[in-house]
Design a protein around this ligand. Sequence first.
Ligand code: SF4
Length: 764
Amino acid sequence: MTANAPTPPSASASPRSRSGSSASTQIVHRSCPTCEASCGLDVEIDPVSRRVIRIEGDAQDQRSQGYLCPKAYAMKEIYEDPERLRRPLRKREDGTWEEIDWETALDYAAARLNAIKEAHGANANGFYIGNPTGHNVGGQLYLPALINALGTQRSFSAGTMDQFPQNVALHNVLGEPWMFPIPDLERTDFFVCMGGNPLVSQGSLMSGPNIKKRLQAIVSRGGRVVTIDPRRTETAEIATDHLFIQPGADAHFLLSVCHVLFTEGLAKPGRLAGFTDGIERVREIAARYSPERVAAATGIAPETTRRLVRDFCAAKGAWYGRIGICTQEFGTLASWLVYVVNVLTGRLDAEGGMLFPRPATGRSEPGRPAEPFVYGRYKTVARGIPEVTGQIPCGLMAEEMEAASAGEARMRGFITVMGNPVLSAPNGERLAAAMDELDFMVSLDIYLNETTRHADLILPSTVQMEHENYDFLFETTSVRNFARWSPAVFAPEADQRDHWRILVELGARIAGAPWEAVDDLMVKGLLAMIVGPGTRCPDVTPEEAFAKLEDRHGPMRMIEALIRVGPYGDRFDDASKGLNLARLRAAEHGLDLGPLEANRLPAALPIPRIQLAPDYVVADLDRLEQGLAERSRADRLVLVGRRQIRNMNSWLHNLPALAKGPNRCTLLIHPDDAGKRGLETGKRVRVASRVGEIEVECVVSDEMMPGVVSLPHGYGHQLPGVRLSVAQKQQPGACSNYLTDELALDVPSGTHVANGIPVEVRAL
Ligand code: SF4
């Protein structure tokens, strides 16, 4: 068996020239891993000099048909970035760095983490998973190799600054945290978008290339696109309707939508009623929240709410919510209520409504066991915040590290996996200081950045151009079913490591086992669950299936196993024409697996019935009621985030093509609010919250709702000791998360409030 064998470019490359290209160049077809859209790209390379000549949209790609956005160039620029790390870096005692070899680095990391574990227990180590992991199949599949070896309960991830409320709501309503209902953009006539900006994001948890064209198509066929957001976003500019809403009042508004549905006889779940519990309980809850009662809190006039609900019910509609409804004070309630509205109107699992993708890896197929929703099995040391399905709010990392907060039970060893939490987690300044109290910190990262500068050791993986990939997460969030394998464009150098290999090697060393054996065990463990009696492959034994997988360590063995037993798979039958790894690899422009299907429920649920009013979620309504008065205050100024087309959190700021141009880290403020403070566009302002303050330039714009200001996140590149010279020079900005209060949480999920932070703004 080979280890980490590179996939040569020729596996999916056309050695043809195109106009203006040398005959010696090759075009490699692969998907872009930078956002959820997974656009197909033509990457033209010179294989001899290992240079990328150009990147264009792949016109033959089944999914994107030639579309790409400016971030497609990120792959090339990350690959070429001279400041990108290629070998392990160890910090010397004087704070300078030295390159070391992989064996030394991995032995060192495992020894230090094990020493902490032996002296202080497993929970003395902790880890943070950043969201680039979601864009790397090896990262997703091999995290358990490291996490299980560590055995710690101190588990933090970027999810608690992102989609976690949706996971919690789904887990309680559908019995499955990752079974996202996706708007059927191809057939809907009425698309409601709350707290999302798909024109810029390409549709998070609703992924599809060229979302602009898809939304414009809804309008062209006579439909409506309604955005509900405290900012008139880029998506709002092409929508038919836009409603401003007060940050944090989405749950109040959605309850008033339910109120109208019940009081006007528009609640018609249709076939869903046959397998849904809790509809009457929702009716009782919604009875308290008339549009009139919540209008002051939401900022939406009662008649506007009523008209919207009637129009939605009269059309084939899909109601969608994203980051703005998650990272706020009532994120779980708001996420839950989006699902409630779709169920009450019969739009869940209906054509033109919210549908469930059918991934080739088979993760929404009937018959899979339900994973129980668990919480409160343990609590944080410093403040006693309970875990939720194994997650602890990432903003609590600092206090768990601090001797003053957590005492002898503090976190002493720490691993960051592909993330920059000093910029992306709440109160980054406190976190940065707390990291210096750690006994040992290791970062799996390709940059010496604001977070990894605190590490003792940095382990850099190959980058996208150097490893193969499968769009594993985003086939579960796509607006159309698809499967896509991407080859490595260049073979990595001999002493580079793929991310999956670093995870499994480090995990195996901590556990004291050969990494190859751990890898085989993971594959065999997976096969034991998906083949054999009682599975979709009852006549195949795990041993037979294992023997039929490709003879190579790495993530594609697990992907192959899942695909072969999945809904389009060959079931390990050599005579079948079903999907297997060879057929997947042969589809160099990706595989279109058809439109999303309706009527998959209840068979596709892991629980017998939808639980529309789950106790765990409903219990948070008391807090919502208390929050009503606070939301109605006219004198508040609150901060929300905003996403930008050339940004992906903090990842792309060191890339010249994406960092160029004027300063993008600006505070948007409504003219009325600016006037009260004597501000005008271009002035520097100080923005202060309970936990910190920053200085930025302001832009006065009526795209903001009065009383709301907006900052993008991921900036703040002026700290010493990093190697991000482009970011520091061209887009240093200021870190909006220095204003995010780590104590403000959506209680049921432990997700931080990044939208709706009370702030003061004044001219400098
Ligand atoms: S939309 Fe997303 S996947 Fe497509 S090119 Fe841009 S960053 Fe890449």
